[in-house]
Design a protein around this ligand. Structure first.
Ligand SMILES: *Cc1c(COP(=O)(O)O)cnc(C)c1O
Length: 380
């Protein structure tokens, strides 16, 4: 089936008791058993929930994996992957400008369990290869990165990492499987914050991991149940509903993203602009091969904290807020918001300067968005 068909139907059958066309929210904690040891495969809702399992099957199909597991947040999904892949004495490699929360998890929590992390610019495959050790068990990449939108070659990373017993995890939150399919490019696991584009309506927090190896899938299912950070039935239902329109939303984000990027690249007050759809973006060529669209995330540098502050206080339609990937346009200041926990020297090295503004372009009428930005530029 095509992606649009799968987005609507994969993993979902009409409800067996009523024929309801939409999978119900199975809001139950447990299931009645017929006799000792005799049940319909449902025992307790941390372990099995039909609404959550429909989402998990749906995402497995969309990413081209064999199984998916849904968690209470994107961070809970990534935490479960560290339980799956890393143990004391292991080494892991991570892209050097991943989502701030991912860095915080690895650096402030996982590292204390005797696991060593190296942060490298994974856009540079030679650097990645040099950082590999015999005990490297995970390479965690985000592409495009947040918020600088640098691109990592998933195929290249996978062929280097697979020279040893090491898994490649790709945070595919920004592109979604509609624009990028990491497992088909050689990665072992795709992970998402469903909070963003997959749900798409800024009304649920969740995460999902999709795997392609049977042994990994079985172990992650065990971890999901044992550690317990499952996605709730209502949130699973919201994400399933959101995914039905994922293809048309992503097309709209992409079209608006391109027009806003073109607009920003003509503005005088913009020192630098980061959007992989622009031909002068360093990762443009690779992005064009590896992704089938460029999405709606753009970062641009206004030169100073004062400029960024004035600009962000002036926009109206573009709401100031963390998060991204919703139908509405959100604008943020990475240095003080999403990336506040990254040390300042590290932020500056990555280009996350005080003047950097990130915009998650929504699917409103683009003329209205441009008029709002134009108005904010007038105060600089
Ligand atoms: C938001 C986000 C996360 C974390 O997801 P939560 O649902 O907020 O826990 C991870 N990676 C990326 C790229 C994100 O944007």
């Amino acid at each position: 089936m095509g992606f649009r068909t799968d987005a609507i139907h994969a993993g979902q059958e009409p409800d067996p008791t009523t024929g309801a066309v939409t999978i119900p929210i199975y809001q139950t904690s447990t299931y009645v058993q017929e006799a000792l040891g005799k049940h319909k495969g449902f025992e307790y809702a941390r372990t099995q929930n039909p609404t959550r399992m429909a989402l998990e099957r749906n995402m497995a199909v969309l990413e081209g994996g064999i199984a998916g597991y849904a968690f209470a947040s994107g961070m809970a999904a990534t935490t479960a992957l560290t339980h799956l892949l890393l143990k004391q004495g292991d080494h892991a490699i991570c892209s050097d400008n991943v989502y701030g929360g991912t860095f915080r998890l690895f650096d402030k929590i996982v590292r204390h369990y005797g696991i060593d992390f190296t942060y490298v610019n994974t856009s540079d495959l030679a650097k990645l290869e040099k950082s590999m050790r015999t005990n490297t068990r995970m390479v965690f990449i985000e592409t495009p990165t947040n918020p600088i939108m640098s691109i990592t070659d998933i195929r290249g990373v996978s062929s280097i990492a697979h020279q040893t017993d090491c898994r490649v995890v790709v945070d595919n939150t920004f592109m979604t499987p509609y624009f990028q399919r990491p497992l088909e490019l050689g990665a072992d696991i795709a992970v998402h914050s469903t909070t963003k584009y997959l749900n798409g309506h800024s009304d649920s927090v969740g995460g999902v991991a999709i795997l392609k190896r049977q042994d990994d899938a079985e172990r992650l299912q065990f971890i999901q149940n044992a550690a317990g950070a499952i996605l709730a039935p209502f949130d699973s239902w919201l994400v399933l509903r959101g995914i039905k329109t994922l293809p048309i939303r992503m097309e709209a984000h992409n079209a608006n993203g391109k027009l806003i990027a073109d607009y920003l690249s003509r503005k005088e007050g913009v020192r630098k602009i980061y959007y992989p759809g622009l031909p002068n973006h360093p990762g443009h060529e690779l992005a064009s091969k590896q992704m089938s669209g460029f999405g709606g995330m753009i970062a641009f540098d206004l030169g100073s904290l004062e400029n960024a502050r004035r600009f962000l206080e002036r926009v109206k339609l573009c709401s100031l807020g963390e998060s991204l990937g919703g139908v509405e346009t959100l604008i943020s200041h990475p240095a003080t918001m999403t990336h506040a926990s990254v040390p300042v020297h590290e932020r500056n090295r990555l280009g996350i300067t005080d003047g950097l503004v990130r915009i998650s372009v929504g699917i409103e009428d683009v003329e209205d968005l441009i008029a709002d930005l134009e108005n904010a530029f007038s105060v600089l």
